[in-house]
Design a binder for this molecule. Structure first.
Ligand code: BDR
Ligand code: CA
Length: 321
């Protein structure tokens, strides 16, 4: 069974990815590290704990890095709202963070809980060559772990990440949000020599959700489905006030890949992160002429059978609610 560690910044699409991961019985989900991204760490950590509690996810969650390796925190709150995930309905009920942490400490038989970066390093060392890191957020936690414990790089089985793009960006014309929010961290991760699969915007734009999927969730009628449907509806309204324009699914792409890898195709490339660039900072520059021009360091996801992948996502999601 594939062992998975999730690095995340919930985020509505992170939430979907968490539900898909928990529904996947072919994977052993060992832990979650949370990072600043869609919103500041205090908010993404709070969101992760609320999702964990209300959707019964039996996985330890750890708070990680609050700021990128260099520069100021960049969030997506201007689009997603203060919570990093807006809703048209009832917000997910709050949790007592102190109490959740005490429960986790008891389960882990350790107090206080370790920082997410230390927990991640420990997990890799405990399962040498076996752990896949599923990264759906800025790469600050992962880069910090690689810097703090360089011995773990050859022990990581693979990094599968949502980030970057082989064509246009989203946060800027050139850069995708997760990479833009911490390009220095991405540069460390992409050059660590760890096998890496990149699910960028060019791929995610082939995975589209519409109002029909939101209705399917709402029609389930359970409390958990009702909460999710409100956030789903708000997500669809990012592009159009009435939610009529389909929205790409970002983070769930990686979770669907774990379930149905045969739906995806990849191309090897040399991917470098633009660290300067007045207009292009955070861009993932993809050189596909490998090995002629450069040695490949990434398998770039190029195509997905969008219809089948979305059907798989909805089947798993509805089953998890
Ligand atoms: C990525 O940025 C975040 O807003 C999403 O959660 C996703 O990880 C998409 O660019
Ligand atoms: Ca995310």
């Amino acid at each position: 069974m594939q062992k998975i560690w999730l690095d995340t910044d919930p985020g509505f699409d992170d939430w979907l990815a968490m539900l898909l991961l928990s529904a996947n019985l072919d994977v052993e989900w060992l832990g979650v590290s949370v990072v600043a991204g869609n919103a500041p760490l205090s908010v993404t950590y709070d969101n992760a704990l609320r999702i964990r509690k209300h959707y019964h996810l039996e996985v330890p969650v750890y708070a990680g890095c609050e700021a990128p390796l260099s520069g100021a925190v960049e969030t997506a709150q201007c689009i997603l709202g203060d919570d990093g995930m807006a809703t048209t309905g009832e917000p997910l009920p709050t949790v007592d963070i102190g109490q959740v942490e005490r429960e986790l400490e008891q389960q882990q038989k350790r107090s206080p809980l370790p920082h997410a970066v230390d927990a991640l390093i420990e997990a890799v060392r405990r399962h040498p060559g076996q752990l896949t890191l599923m990264c759906i957020a800025p790469l600050t936690n992962i880069a910090t772990a690689l810097q703090r414990a360089p011995d773990i790089a050859p022990q990581i089985r693979e990094i599968i990440l949502m980030g970057g793009s082989a064509d246009q960006g989203n946060h800027t014309a050139a850069a995708e949000f997760n990479i833009y929010a911490d390009p220095e961290a991405a540069d460390i991760v992409f050059n660590a020599g760890v096998p890496l699969r990149m699910f960028g915007l060019n791929l995610c734009r082939q995975l589209l959700v519409t109002a029909t999927e939101v209705q399917q969730v709402r029609a389930l009628g359970t409390l958990r489905a009702k909460w999710l449907a409100g956030y789903f509806e708000a997500y669809l309204r990012i592009r159009s006030p009435d939610g009529s324009v389909p929205m790409p699914m970002y983070d769930p792409a990686v979770a669907i890949y774990l379930r149905r890898p045969e739906l995806f195709s990849f191309k090897p490339a040399r991917v470098d992160i633009e660290l300067q660039g007045k207009l292009t900072r955070g861009m993932t520059v993809c050189e596909f002429r490998v090995p002629r021009r450069a040695a490949a360091n990434v398998e770039v996801a190029m195509t997905v059978d969008g219809e089948r992948a979305m059907a798989c996502m909805m089947q798993e999601l509805l089953g998890a609610l």
